[in-house]
Design a protein around this ligand. Structure first.
Ligand SMILES: *Cc1c(COP(=O)(O)O)cnc(C)c1O
Length: 404
């Protein structure tokens, strides 16, 4: 093993780099989760996290990875034998489908080629065809982390409304929350599933369900067995800042700090930053003469970019060379994309120079792995970054003051 110096570059699309501020906030003795000090923390984060989902309704938090919150969304709202409508966007939609099937749901799974997001017209058509109103939930992955393709949730909502279908809408935002624009209330989402270790800049171990009134009503008649995931068990103690079982206490200190950081920057600025970094990354990929896996510009992800490897070259070999030479981790191709794509995570605690370093590592890696490509990717990215920086500066109070 070569010795590495300086920081490791963790450029996988989650878990992401955890800011020192968050690490420091968690570096404290564990406290009694039945005591008043905890209740204050619990109440503060349970209320504060709503702003990230853009909801006024309840958000429950589980000491679990994102998959737990997927399962929670299902067992709290549905009964065995219910029909649900899902869309194949990639590896993560497949996994969510598997959980649904395991729980006895009948899944209408709309096939996809993993290079496009959910087509709102598809959803509208399927729902209109469902004359019996048998479909109880439409379940969508907002940002498909295996492909770097985002689905347009607001448009899917409109399509559901056009079909005048009463189905619930459930959305997985595990790799978009806190990185890409998302509005639980405004978009009429019934259950939003989130996780801690991606845009929220926390270590793995916390996950979320944001819950609409309609989902709460469905919860009353949902017959799936549940205990650990039961919203009612959670919501009762949550009212006074407590949890029904031992919460991930120190992650909650971290969450408090991460929420403060997101709001100091301003959510719109956070989204703009992710857009800039995604745009600059695609400029580099294009200049290298490589292909961005996502086929539709309207569906580009802002939190990661999946890059197609030229035929005859193994993406994992490239990743291995980059890890060894430059101490940078890139995302592997998942399931059927194994070896075919590598994924650059540019989400969470990240800035222009970290992106410049990341892309430099990729470009040098392409050279070392003898992957055919053109030079100039870095320059293309830096020019994009500088130009968008200039645009921001032109609109900043400082620039405005200078004009006066
Ligand atoms: C990471 C991820 C998951 C899985 O979350 P875990 O925390 O690994 O259980 C699910 N969906 C999406 C879109 C993800 O990015």
């Amino acid at each position: 093993m070569p010795t590495h110096t300086g920081h490791h570059f963790l450029q996988i699309p989650g878990p992401t780099n955890v800011p020192d501020r968050v690490l420091r906030a968690m570096d404290r003795p564990v406290i009694d989760h039945r005591g008043q000090e905890f209740a204050q923390l619990g109440a503060e984060v349970l209320e504060g996290v709503k702003s990230i989902f853009k909801t006024k309704g309840p958000v429950v938090m589980y000491p679990a990875s994102g998959s737990g919150a997927w399962e929670a969304a299902i067992v709290n709202t549905l009964s065995p034998g219910d029909r649900v409508l899902m869309f194949e966007t990639g590896h993560f939609s497949n996994l969510w489908r598997d959980i649904a099937v395991r729980h006895g749901l009948v899944v209408d799974y709309v096939p996809g080629d993993w290079r496009r997001g959910v087509q709102p017209e598809d959803a509208e058509h399927r729902l209109k065809e469902d004359k019996q109103r048998a479909i109880k939930a439409v379940m969508v992955v907002h940002n498909e982390t295996s492909t770097g393709v985002a689905s347009r949730i607001a448009e899917i909502r409109k399509a559901m409304d056009r079909a005048q279908h009463p189905s619930l809408l459930m959305v997985d935002t595990i790799s978009s929350l806190g990185s890409m624009d998302y509005r639980h209330d405004e978009w009429g989402v019934d259950v939003t599933v989130g996780g801690s270790q991606k845009g929220l800049m926390l270590p793995p171990g916390l996950s979320f369900n944001a819950i609409s009134e309609k989902a709460l009503a469905a919860n009353k008649s949902a017959k799936m067995g549940r205990y650990y995931w039961d919203w009612q068990e959670m919501l009762k103690p949550n009212r006074s800042g407590f949890f029904p079982y031992t919460p991930a206490t120190n992650l909650l200190w971290g969450l408090r700090e991460a929420l403060a950081m997101l709001h100091e920057e301003g959510l719109d600025n956070v989204f703009q930053r992710h857009n800039r970094h995604a745009t600059a990354t695609r400029a580099a990929v294009e200049a290298w003469g490589l292909e961005v896996w996502c086929e539709e510009p309207k569906e580009y992800s802002s939190s990661l970019t999946a890059v197609a490897m030229p035929l005859g070259h193994d993406a994992d070999k490239l990743r291995e060379i980059i890890l060894e030479a430059f101490d940078m981790s890139l995302g592997t191709g998942l399931a059927k994309l194994g070896g075919k794509v590598f994924r650059i995570g540019h989400l969470g605690h990240f800035n222009d120079l970290m992106l410049a370093g990341t892309l430099s590592g990729v470009e040098m890696g392409l050279k070392l792995a003898k992957v055919p490509h053109k030079a100039g990717g870095i320059n293309a990215a830096l020019e994009r970054l500088a130009a968008s920086r200039q645009q921001i500066a032109n609109h900043s109070p400082l620039a405005e003051a200078a004009l006066r």
